[in-house]
Ligand binder design. Structure first.
Ligand code: G6Q
Length: 547
């Protein structure tokens, strides 16, 4: 058994679980009229209600004891101060420095990284202002109307999610598009709608070696040159964001349009860096800086609030409670906010790529579950699709419900209906419906006898399904910054509990290596250069024969 599962704090939680697992939240709420107040927190405009969870005051104490045993406060300080906590890559994880809006220096290898961060923010402002006010024009003198971000994974999901979320603040003169997939349909379908004279491509790649991104970028460049009939046009229509300035220059991108970031920014944590350039272009640099401000406010909360009053810490610990003690395997996220429709997809990468690790910091295989499947869709759509599984299925799926109090697109009673649904779902999931209640309903509908008895068991809802509710005033850049940082820190908290490194991604690197080996075999129709298993060889030969 590992040190973690043998530890006093873990064992205490195990014993506590044996008691709590039999308790129904409906009863707990009835027994304690103060419960909602006791298990909710306010931070700025963010209201976090975690009372509909299978917990009591002792659960929180025991989870906090686990966090203390794991040294969470010290780890938080290490992250913020540039210690190389990404141990397998010998790097700091300093996304918090990117949004450090204070005057405090942050050191990596003895060098304050803040001046460089501010310098690049200044360059982003100059460039985004110039494009937005028509100073930076295309090769034929026309203003830029369409921005195409070419990137994948961390160089795509964050900026895409934020641009969708802040759409209501965007310049009406600019459209933004994201091309990530190597499937040529993604680029081709995007280019179909565009005029090369008014299109700006941003090639976003931390390494500038990613096969999908470079292939899409080369094809986009060929399209531009073909459309405008002049290779020189690349200078005005291509920008790049990368840590690899040598590669951007080799690609032929005008150095004036190259925006740098640094190896201590993880891909999935990079939207705060120049990877956020499409955001700055689409909604303006002021809004981008508001996003940074919001994240910084959450960083301060995370760094300073006591563990039992700390929203990311509590969210992370609740995930541990369900994942490791109740044995749940997935976590749903339901934004009751159409503008957040890509938030669950963004969180999938953040959470699953960070905490999908089975080896602890010391190199040992863990003997407890880590990571979790994250999924979700905006409410109310999900209600008409998969919520059934959460209401009456056999698996417990804790869910986060997120909702703004005010709509960004108000229309009649739409928003009240939206929120009524949000609140009704968490209530129903918690309270359920007893057999007596279901019977009374059926009787009121005029049912009786055998028919009633046959239908009754299907109308019963066990309830006792845990949810968190996060309410905020409205979805502006500041609040969005807070929400994203909240989930980043939640993921970090869990990684500390599990003693794993959330900042590497060797699984992603493996995929990058493997595809490279098979490609020549497909392109040249040659026999396997490297030996494959029989299934993979069969697939390659099937392609070669039938393509
Ligand atoms: C993120 C991952 C991964 C990465 C992409 C793109 O944390 O490392 O999703 O962002 O593979 O990598 P590049 O930005 O280097 O092209």
């Amino acid at each position: 058994m590992s040190k973690l599962t043998q530890s006093a704090a873990w064992q205490a939680l195990n014993a506590h679980y044996a008691i709590v697992k039999t308790q129904h939240m409906r009863q707990i709420f009835q027994d304690d009229p103060e419960r909602a107040g006791k298990f909710s927190l306010q931070f700025d405009d963010l209201f976090f209600d975690f009372s509909k969870n299978r917990i009591n005051a002792e659960t929180i104490q025991l989870l906090v004891a686990l966090a203390e045993q794991a040294g969470l406060p010290a780890y938080i300080e290490q992250m913020f101060t540039g210690v190389k906590i990404n141990s397998t890559e010998q790097r700091a994880a300093l996304h918090t420095a990117l949004r450090n809006r204070s005057a405090q220096a942050v050191y990596v290898d003895g060098k304050d990284v803040m001046p460089d961060i501010r310098r690049v923010l200044g360059l982003m402002r100059r460039f985004s202002d110039a494009v937005r006010n028509g100073q930076h024009v295309g090769h034929t003198g026309k203003a830029i109307r369409d921005i195409v971000n070419i990137g994948i994974g961390g160089s795509d999901l964050g900026p895409l999610m934020v641009c969708e979320a802040l759409k209501s603040y965007a310049s009406p003169q600019l459209n933004v598009h994201f091309v990530s997939n190597i499937d040529s349909a993604h680029l081709s379908e995007t280019l179909k709608k565009l005029d090369a004279q008014t299109t700006l491509f941003i090639v976003s790649s931390k390494t500038f070696t990613t096969q999908e991104t470079l292939t899409n970028a080369r094809s986009a460049r060929a399209w531009l040159i073909e459309q405008l009939g002049d290779e020189q046009s690349v200078a005005k229509h291509f920008a790049a964001v990368s840590t690899n300035l040598e590669a951007t220059s080799k690609f032929g991108i005008n150095p004036e349009n190259v925006f740098e970031f640094w190896d201590w920014v993880g891909g999935r944590y990079s939207l705060w860096s120049a990877i956020g350039l499409p955001i700055a272009l689409y909604v303006g640099m002021d809004k981008f800086e508001e996003l940074l401000d919001g994240a910084h406010a959450m960083d301060n909360h995370f760094r300073s609030a006591p563990l039992d009053k700390n929203i990311p810490v509590l969210m992370g610990l609740l995930g541990i409670w369900y994942g490791n003690f109740f044995g749940v395997g997935s976590n749903a996220v339901f934004p009751y906010c159409q503008y957040l429709h890509r938030f669950p997809a963004y969180l999938q990468q953040l959470d699953m790529e960070s905490n999908g690790k089975g080896t602890d910091r010391e190199g040992n295989a863990v003997d407890y579950d880590t990571g979790i499947t994250v999924w979700g869709e905006p409410g109310t759509n999900g209600q008409h699709a998969f919520y059934q599984l959460i209401h009456q299925g056999t698996r417990m799926i804790p869910a986060d419900f997120l909702a703004p109090l005010h709509s960004q697109a108000p229309l009649g009673e739409h928003h009240a209906i939206l929120l009524a649904n949000c609140f009704a779902q968490t209530e129903a999931l918690m309270v359920g419906k007893t057999s007596a209640e279901a019977r009374a309903e059926l009787v009121a509908q005029g049912m009786q006898g055998v028919a009633l008895e046959a239908l009754l068991p299907h109308k019963v809802f066990a309830g006792n399904k845990p949810t968190n509710t996060l309410l905020f005033d409205k979805l502006d850049a500041h609040t969005l910054g807070k929400l994203i940082a909240l989930y980043e820190h939640k993921v970090f908290v869990q990684s500390v509990m599990w003693n794993i490194n959330p900042f590497d991604q060797w699984g992603v690197e493996l995929g990058k290596q493997l595809a490279g080996k098979i490609l020549p075999e497909l392109l040249n129709n040659t026999p396997a250069v490297t030996p494959h298993d029989a299934s993979t060889s069969g697939l390659i030969q099937y392609y070669q024969k039938n393509h």
